[in-house]
Design a protein around this ligand. Structure first.
Ligand code: KG4
Ligand code: ZN
Length: 330
């Protein structure tokens, strides 16, 4: 079957066409230029940029795949969580094709899409498994008991991990999104541990599997408060190294605790922050060979993962009508 995937939940406009589980085409327009001067995503600008790009992107996909609209058997569209105005563009686009051409459609939870991104490179992943979802908008730990059966074990009580990377990046003079640049800057640190600033993570009253990253951002802010731009530039690799290590420590610690509590020792690491090599390596070490990683191109938002989740929903007779829900729980 041919599946059309649509993803517009935040600042990536993405369209994909899959034949069953195989990607024929997957095109993403990242709105980096639109938001970079603001240091973060501006919802209204995101929505307008999706509207400008979505039809051109879809036409480019159909042309490259040599597929006509009538060949589509299923439309899979992200219907939450995400920015309301941004979701609205993708959902309206999908529903328009669904209504005009009488093609089946299903809504897909964006986090479910991230979880399914891992299946491209690990099609034989066994249930149950843990899923650590770390992106610009989310940081959550789920137990995936069986297909489409999720239990939230813990999540962030304030900023998401990617959001912390982006906000600290802004403080240090990096452009948005700053995760990759912080990782690169941390590699430049060549001193001893005594030269590293010490940052810590707050414990959460909600439970030991919950995360909190907003205090870490404030700690970095205080650390650079009275320093000149030149001084900041000098200590930047040390700040990035310590900041990144503190985030990775927190994510890995909670993942370990989740494994201990649930008795499940297989884990999928997904979402934009899963591009981070230090996090990937640490988790692989801790879960010795039981870590499922998407290739980096599938970590950040893309429509191929939405289409794949749609394919699996269809095969299990679990497709559902899309409804725009900015805070749709998994
Ligand atoms: O999954 P994603 O594309 O969007 C959301 O659903 O939020 O994730 C984007 C996030 C950004 O915050 C970005 O800074 C972060 O992923 N990111 C990274 C790295 N590459 C992207 N964070 C840390 N290290 C990286 N290498
Ligand atoms: Zn995402």
């Amino acid at each position: 079957m041919i599946i059309l995937g649509i993803e517009t939940s935040c600042d990536e406009t993405s369209i994909a066409i899959l034949e069953n589980e195989k990607i024929i085409v997957n095109k993403t327009y990242s709105q980096i230029e639109e938001h970079s001067s603001f240091g973060g995503v501006v919802p209204e600008i995101a929505s307008r940029a999706h509207l400008e790009k979505i039809d051109k992107l879809a036409i480019a996909c159909f042309t490259e795949a040599k597929i006509n609209i009538e060949d589509i058997d299923l439309i899979a569209v992200t219907d939450g969580p995400g920015l309301a105005g941004a979701l609205l563009i993708g959902i309206s686009f999908g529903l328009g094709i669904h209504t005009a051409r009488n093609i089946k459609i299903t809504g897909i939870n964006h986090l479910e899409g991230h979880i399914y991104s891992v299946f491209f490179d690990n099609p034989d992943i066994e249930f149950p498994f843990l899923a650590l979802i770390v992106s610009g908008g989310h940081t959550s730990l789920y137990l995936v008991n069986s297909p489409f059966e999720y239990k939230c074990l813990g999540e962030t009580v304030d900023d998401a991990a990617g959001e912390a990377f982006d906000k600290v990046g802004k403080l240090l003079g990096f452009s948005y999104p700053a995760g990759k640049e912080i990782e690169e800057e941390a590699k430049k640190f060549s001193g001893t541990s005594k030269e590293l600033p010490s940052f810590s993570i707050a414990r959460c009253s909600q439970g030991e599997l919950f995360f909190s990253f907003s205090g870490l951002k404030t700690a970095v802010k205080y650390f650079i408060n009275n320093k000149s731009p030149l001084e900041i530039k000098k200590v930047r690799p040390a700040i990035c190294y310590s900041f990144q290590k503190t985030i990775v420590d927190s994510l890995v610690r909670n993942a370990n605790k989740a494994a201990e509590k649930s008795g499940v020792n297989r884990i999928a690491l997904v979402g934009g922050v899963a591009c981070n090599s230090v996090l990937r390596e640490r988790l692989e070490k801790e879960f010795s060979g039981k870590v499922y990683l998407p290739s980096k191109k599938f970590c950040t938002d893309n429509a191929a993962m939405i289409a794949l989740a749609g394919f699996h929903r269809f095969t299990l007779d679990k497709i559902r009508k899309p409804h725009m829900r900015p805070s749709l729980p998994l």
